[in-house]
Each structure stands twice: as C-alpha cells, then as structure tokens.
Design a protein around this ligand. Sequence first.
Ligand SMILES: O=C(O)CCC(=O)C(=O)O
Length: 362
Amino acid sequence: MLRKSERDRRPAFKRPLDAAAQPGQAVRRIVRKEDFKRLDRARRLGATLVFDAATGVPITKPRGAKVDPAVCQLSDANQATCGSSVALAPPNTADACVGVGRFGLTPPTMAALREIFAQIVQDGKLVQWDGNNTDKRERCYGFLPGKTEEARARISFRMRHHEDAARAAADEARNWGCSKELGPLSAPWLAAVEEVVAKVRKTLPAYSPYRDYVTLSGLVAFQPNLHNGTDYLPLHLDDPEFEGFGVVIVTVGMEGEAVIVIVDEGDEGEAERAWSFPLAVGQGYCLASDARNKCHHGVLAEASPRRESLNLRFGLHPPTGPLSAANEVDRHWPSAEELGFIPGSASPLGAASAAGQATRNP
Ligand SMILES: O=C(O)CCC(=O)C(=O)O
C-alpha cells in the first residue's frame, strides 16, 4: 500500500525582508501564516509548468531549455507573462505531475460561466469555507438537475474531521443550506459546459478512465468561490466522500490572477516534488489522476486577493471497486488517527495549521 510520508518537518522558510518594502508590507510579511510560507516555498523550489497550446497537457522542459511562446496556453494579452513565467524545471519533475491540465476559454463561454456564477451566488446563501466564522473565504454550490439526490446518497457534505456528531451535522446542514439545484441549463450555459468538457478531455489521455467522468451528464455541481481579500488558499486535498467530492475537479479563474501550486509529498522514501503555474482570468485547470488523488493543491493570489473562481465537480466516486474513493484517494493518505487527531476534539485543522502542515480540507 502506498503511504504518504509523515508531514513536512523542515523548519518554516524565513523569507528575507525586502529592503525596499514599505513598513506596512514588511509587517505583513512577518506575520504571514505558515500556510502561506509553505505555498511560497513550493512555488520557489518547485518546477513551473508550461502547457501545450493545443492539448493543455503540461510540457517537460529540460533545465536551460528555451521555451517557444507558442506552446504556452495563455491568451494573447498574456503572452508576455507566458515567456517570463517559464521556469527551467529540473528534469524528471515537470513530467511527473500527472493529471493536471490548463486551457483557455472563449469569451462566450466565460460570459455564460459568469452568469452561472452570479445566479448561484445570488440564489444561494454563501458560507465560510472553514465553517467556524473566522475564514473570510466564502462559497456556495449549484447542483445540476437530479444531482442533489445522487450526491445525498454518496457523500457526507461536511469536512471529514468532525468527529463530534453535532458539529458534523451542523456542517452538513450549513453546506446543504448554501446549495441549490439548478433548473435545466439554457443553451448558452450548455454550450459553455460543453466547451469546458471538450477542453478538459483533451488534457487527459484517450485511455484515461477519468475521461469518462468529464461529460455534460457527469457534471455534478458548480461551486463559486469568493476569496474575499485572502491572498492565498492553503495546500489541501479535496476529500472525495465529503465536501471535496468529484472524480475530476476543474476550476476556472473568474476574477484576478493567481498561481496554482501542487505539491506531492511523495510516498514513503520519496522526495517531495512541487509544481506551479499561473492562472489568468478566462483560463481553467483540471485536477485528475495523481494531481487530484495524491497531491495537495493551493493558490497564491497576492496580486489579486479579491480573486473569484468557479469549480466544476465532475463525477462521484463509486462506493467500491478500483475507482472508489478508498482505492483512488484515501489509500495514499494517513488517517486522522495516524496523524494523532483525537476523536471528539474540536478541530484538528487549527493544530495542523499552526504547525505549518497542509490539511485535508481548505
Ligand atoms: O480557487 C481555486 O483555484 C482553487 C479552489 C479549490 O482549491 C477548492 O475549491 O478546493
């Protein structure tokens, strides 16, 4: 059985203060959370991915190689960023990020996705991500017709770590409370989903079992995310039978630029590897396979803390079999008991965060 290594025990990275920084900025940097430092370190030490323009698949570039801007999957307006964002990835790292892809969306699709985003936000009651009223980030859900019932049967719509029954029930009620089931999608909305589906499928190899989930009928829910002034989203794993459901998870940049960071802590005996890539408004990225199942992902959005994103969650893991959550995702991760979380304790997240560790949920 594969087993992730114990959590990162290296001391937190101390970022030297920029001499040119204003006093306010300097203070802000000093008090940055460990979560931010961990993301920042992964960005600095890991490889920066570039993507094939035609397929959205990440490309390996040996150290020192020149990158043809034509291979970058960025809109014309971002071509300049494209060249400068290309890191010279150490060999054998960029190619190992299996299951990540990035693609650009057309203006009509973005217009339709904006309408979907606005309608779900307007109809739904937004809830804070962490459920304890201290997280500024908010989200809500719009389930596709008929998918609410399916999801109710397959997931516990809460964070996994609530051992206390009352807290778990409250978290579940909160998440269902910010969810609505959409009516039949209008023609432009359908066309937008079809474009996302076609582009995500191109990033996955033809033989990939994950492709089967990325279809119009496989889309379970949209999830608008409002980052509300936070300049990062900590590294986390989307918990498949809980509120991080979805066999393949797609996220579209709706407002504000960001850098997406992916970290594979490695199985026992393996070194940690990290990758990052910029995500502009109008671009989407997908997490399937190892990128979804074995890696943490997080977001740096220092330049645009008011960023907004839209998740499209495709497929629900079957309860048994090779593509079950237990087989696909859970076997790669230590259980709560192994991590030393005490059943019935208020929340292991606080402790994990304080220690600068990544968490299962954002
Ligand atoms: O906003 C993003 O790019 C990521 C969102 C995310 O990680 C999540 O919903 O789990």
